[in-house]
Design a protein around this ligand. Structure first.
Ligand SMILES: CCCCCCCCCCCCC[C@H](O)CC(=O)SCCNC(=O)CCNC(=O)[C@H](O)C(C)(C)COP(=O)(O)OP(=O)(O)OC[C@H]1O[C@@H](n2cnc3c(N)ncnc32)[C@H](O)[C@@H]1OP(=O)(O)O
Length: 719
């Protein structure tokens, strides 16, 4: 797991070997301990180089080991042994040096990086802190402000930035190991004292207290309840104020708290879940590893409203040629200006040239004749989309993949309107499409595995968390959102306010509560859908019967607000009030409170006190229950798919792992018991009726989340 060679006669070369990222597993740590000892005891060796095989230095501690009893030599003494060595040790950094990998490099006396390497301490995103001395060495090396920034955000820096910050000593465009060996030869015999980072104090920093106070305040605000960023600040503070040994003790104490926390488990689960969703599978048995994607060089976007513009930008930024089609001349001109602006701003942020010439604009759908893939993003109307799909089928070259960006319509129905339904999939982007991480790739019963593979690969190239899901009303994300929003409406009827509901959800960690989110996305969106479903009636009827529609409890509150022209931020009024249309700062609205009072009186509802716990249980357990239905129906292949969708697209706090992971943490029996409790109180609400999968899981002893698949599989094989 660590190979030893002597090169250039007197350099001991240690190569970490643990594909794919040379993580510091027990065997690798043992290998390092053994090979370092060997190099230091060999009188012919004057200096040592540590590198990683296959172009990557080291991806850090082996995260998979965190879930089990740790064995093998611990990291901290291993790194100390390197730092205290009496021969210079040089880290040759190619690819990545992350987490424990960078901590290992910081224990070396010198660091040489390839120009394409990335370095960082991303432990915070796993709910941890750099606990192999990283929180103590990095501030000593680059100063407190820069170290705080890197450690609390977990961001990766380029080799160039690492050089500028002083993390590395040299950057090379050539063979990194050769450069490191040459460097190691040149420094052999030099005094190593100045190179032992742990022996230095942190560089002087004026107003240390004020700096930490300011950073702590910022971190608390953005952490949304996550504890690791706060522990990271505390650890760096220890580096700045305590001698090294005491700082290390503080680092250990803080790590011990984080290491066993539910948040660390949730964040590490998210890390693996994000990778697991790439290994998609369809109920037909088609899978990621047996389905070959088609190459996509040229794409087209039809319809340049908000979504179409964002999708065009996302595609162009990925390096594709894009034909952007909009039939209305005025809208085409406006879109061109908007897209160019977005591309220019994006390029400026990333320090690259804007991809303006990758986009060709046209009013004519014939222009897409030779593209490999089309994404339709016209208005959400089945007749219009059907017409577009029929035109595309006639115009496009054989084999072109036809994708719809619908968020609600039936992908299979659209597919059936084309001669090649196997080429049709949904690509459900989230607004703004060039920013939001999530992409639902929706397959119908006739979508070919190749079409799914192509859309998934394109999503990955665009940097999206791409999740393959089956075709149903609302797909996964919006289908689960429906009961969540309905429960929030019911809570208002029963006595809650939008402020109370939002506060409970935001304290839980959501970036926005349900009502602030509804104001942002527009109340008219749901109104249009409910109208289409025949649920909206004139708002004069009163009493309980007026609130039972299509045989189930219904709250017309959202419809009534829309009838008042209160569509949310865009009209300056919604569940909250805003200074002016388009303004973003939500303020409590006395009108809304008296409206709710009058509504309750009209319907004979008596307001009662509702606490945060009830808000969370009713909204979240209703959403989670729908997640179980989705698993049961085979719309999502596993709980990871649902969790990645919610964390990347719906503001679910990452440190709570996603709704299904959260249910697992709370305890499935508890979720079932609370759903049964609320169902008894509200028998006219079907979404509170516990799903049969949840019941089966509880009956099977509530297996851990990675074993749910066995219960689901058993259920499906019995059907
Ligand atoms: C009782 C109380 C006790 C308390 C005290 C306990 C003390 C414990 C002492 C610990 C000391 C702490 C040490 C250190 O500070 C902690 C860490 O180092 S945590 C790890 C930090 N590193 C990272 O976060 C990097 C994670 N990886 C990545 O970002 C990327 O993988 C990459 C390296 C940039 C490569 O990216 P890609 O090329 O895109 O490849 P993938 O991401 O798809 O990954 C490929 C494959 O590798 C798996 N993998 C990646 N990194 C790790 C890892 N560090 N450990 C294990 N496995 C890893 C990844 O899952 C993929 O596999 P797949 O999931 O697809 O099978």
């Amino acid at each position: 797991m660590a190979e030893y060679n002597r090169v250039s006669e007197c350099v001991g070369l240690i190569t970490l070997r643990n594909p794919p990222v040379n993580a510091l597993s027990a065997a690798v740590r043992q290998g390092i301990v053994d090979t370092v000892e060997r190099a230091l005891s060999d009188p012919n060796v004057k200096s040592v180089v540590i590198c990683g095989q296959n172009g990557i230095f080291c991806g850090g501690a082996d995260i998979k080991e965190f879930g089990s009893k740790m064995t093998g030599p611990p990291l901290i003494p291993m790194i100390h042994a390197i730092e205290s060595a009496n021969k210079p040790v040089v880290a040759a950094i190619e690819g990545s040096a992350l987490g424990g990998g960078l901590e290992l490099a910081l224990g070396c006396h010198y660091r040489i990086a390839h120009s394409k390497a990335r370095l960082g301490l991303p432990e915070v995103s796993l709910g941890l802190l750099p606990a192999a001395g990283g929180s103590q060495r990095l501030p000593r090396l680059i100063g407190v402000p820069a170290a705080l920034n890197l450690i609390t955000t977990g961001r990766h820096v380029t080799a160039a930035e690492a050089l500028q910050l002083g993390i590395v000593d040299q950057v090379t465009d050539h063979n990194t190991v050769d450069a490191a060996v040459k460097f190691a030869l040149s420094v052999a015999g030099r005094s190593l004292d100045p190179r032992r980072i742990s022996t230095h104090p942190c560089p002087q920093q004026p107003d240390l207290d004020a700096l930490f106070e300011e950073v702590m305040q910022k971190v608390r605000q953005s952490a949304r309840g996550a504890i690791a960023p706060i522990a990271c600040v505390q650890a760096v503070r220890a580096a700045a104020t305590l001698p090294y040994a005491q700082g290390m003790e503080r680092e250990r104490e803080l790590m011990a708290t984080l290491f066993t926390s539910g948040q660390a488990r949730a964040l590490q689960y998210c890390f693996f879940a994000e990778r697991a969703v790439g290994r998609w599978r369809m109920p037909s048995g088609a899978r990621w590893d047996t389905s070959k994607p088609r190459p996509v060089h040229k794409a087209a976007v039809i319809g340049l409203g908000t979504m179409g513009r964002g999708i065009t930008v996302a595609l162009a930024q990925t390096g594709l040629s894009v034909i952007a089609v909009e039939t209305q001349e005025k809208q085409l001109m406006e879109a061109k200006q908007a897209i160019s602006g977005m591309l220019e701003r994006g390029a400026k942020r990333r320090g690259v040239a804007p991809a303006l010439d990758r986009v060709i604009y046209s009013q004519n759908i014939q222009a897409v004749a030779d593209v490999d893939l089309v994404i339709e993003a016209v208005f959400e109307d089945i007749a219009l989309k059907t017409k577009v799909f029929q035109q595309l089928s006639a115009v496009c070259k054989p084999g072109t993949l036809l994708c719809t960006n619908t968020s609600a319509l039936d992908v299979d129905q659209l597919a059936s309107e084309t001669p090649n339904p196997e080429l049709v999939v949904g690509m459900h982007f989230f607004a703004p499409a060039h920013v939001m991480k999530l992409l639902e790739v929706v397959y119908g019963p006739r979508s070919s595995p190749q079409a799914v593979a192509t859309a998934m690969q394109l999503g990955k190239k665009m940097g999206k968390a791409s999740v393959a899901v089956g075709n149903c009303r609302g797909f996964v994300g919006n289908r689960m959102l429906k009961p969540y929003i309905e429960e929030a409406f019911f809570l208002l009827e029963e006595g809650a306010t939008p402020e109370l509901v939002d506060q409970a959800l935001e304290e839980f960690g959501f970036s926005m509560g349900v009502f602030r989110m509804s104001d942002l996305s527009g109340l008219d969106v749901g109104w249009r859908v409910r109208k289409g479903d025949g649920l909206v009636e004139p708002g004069t009827a009163s009493g309980r019967s007026a609130r039972i529609r299509q045989g189930r409890r219904y709250s017309p509150l959202g419809d009534l607000l829309c009838e008042e022209g209160r569509f949310g931020q865009k009209t300056g009024r919604g569940w909250y009030q805003y200074d002016k249309p388009g303004s973003r700062v939500a303020r409590s609205d006395p009108w809304l409170h008296s409206f709710l009072g009058a509504y309750r009186a009209q319907h004979g509802l008596v307001a009662r006190r509702i606490d945060h716990q009830e808000v969370l249980e009713r909204c979240l357990y209703a959403l989670i229950n729908e997640g179980f239905h989705i698993l049961d129906d085979g719309i999502a292949a596993g709980p990871e798919d649902i969790d990645v969708i919610y964390v990347s697209g719906y503001g679910w706090p990452r440190h709570r792992g996603g709704p299904m992971f959260y249910a697992n943490m709370v305890g499935l029996a508890k979720v079932l018991e609370r759903l049964e409790h609320y169902q008894q109180l509200h028998p006219e609400v079907p979404h509170l009726q516990p799903s049969s999968l949840l019941r089966r899981l509880v009956a099977s002893g509530s297996p851990p989340i990675h074993k749910w698949g066995e219960v689901i599989k058993k259920l499906h094989s019995q059907l």
